[in-house]
Design a protein around this ligand. Sequence first.
Ligand code: MCF
Ligand code: FE
Length: 401
Amino acid sequence: MIKLKADFVITMNKNYDILQNAEVLFDEKIIDIGYNLPGESIYLGKNSVLMPALINTHTHLEFSSNKTDLMYGDFITWLESVINKKEELFVSCKGDCYKRAIEEMKKSGICAFGEISSSGGDLKYLKHSPLKVVYFNEIIGTNPAIADAMYQDFLNRLNESVHMQNKNFIPAVSIHSPYSVHPILMDKIIEIAKEKKLPIEAHFMESQAERRWLDKGEGEFKLFFDKHFKNAKPLIKPLEFIEKFKNTNTTFIHCVYANEEELQKISEIKASIAHCPVSNRLLNVGKLDLEKVKNNKIDYSVATDGLSSNYSLNLFKEIRAALLMHTDLHPKYLAKDLLKSVTINAAKQLNLNNGSIEKEKSADLIALKLPDDIDDIEKIPIQIILHTTEVEELYINGKKI
Ligand code: MCF
Ligand code: FE
């Protein structure tokens, strides 16, 4: 049993309680939070903060060897560069490359991440990860002639990951996007997810090109599809796509171009959104309208996406970018929301029993220091985001990492 005492304990409970000079008692799970709890306490020091560890809901670690290979600035140009460089990047990401990616996340206080696996090549490097992994086996493919083969390959990868399942490694599924997966494949995979209660992630309405293609079969995606697959047509309407995920735990990634009707549908089926602001900026697709997301009562997480569209997997850097980018929102309240987005909201999306400091939750915690004294707890969220890049301590399942 360990008892930590901090100047500020951010619980991330429903009331967003921040307790001063409080203690947290835990073993693998959180036993109690409060004052004068039994046993010797370890004081985390002046201006210390103890809070739930962060959760990065959406990564693509297979691309972690990318630094200068991919082309930023335009979505379709980026996609072409991914198609050209993917194999090369995957081959060059081996043990050390995964270790570095995980190390960077760990330093920024991440205890768990959602990994989109397109090849399964990452499994052997991630199955013994020190961080919790929710492993999303990705399906991609619109060509009915090879749909069976794609499905079989997907099933093999999924089964392998299901065999690895333990409390820190959780299998899941990902349908790449409405423009890149055949509806027949979507249905089969959603059925499996329902049956096995697996979380789902799907990229959705990331670019203007995707919007035009799905609405009208026009635009840059038409040129892209004409070049790669002759006579392609959009295979599904965006609303129909969302509707398919009813009665599942689905997170739609990006949603920059989702319209009001689609956001309402996402809300209605109780799905959620992952927002990747740096990725959206680098692929130059604009930014998610967080105000509309909130008005529709949709929970969102903030995630880094992969090094395929980011320079870093550090989640504090990501929420700092979000804080600075969303100039239409009040920074004090946005900061509060952003901390929620990478803890309790993210935990819900990944089906994890963490993300808040409450009894019976996994003891996944971080300790960090504010740069100076704070006279009003209202100031804490924004100051944490402005001044934290790496954390002082990370506990996962009650063990210091
Ligand atoms: O989220 C970003 C941008 N949107 C779509 N896909 C990806 C992202 N980062 C990596 N990807 C992967 C995706 O999982 O790139 C491939 C897929 O395997 C694109 S389709 C050739
Ligand atoms: Fe992504």
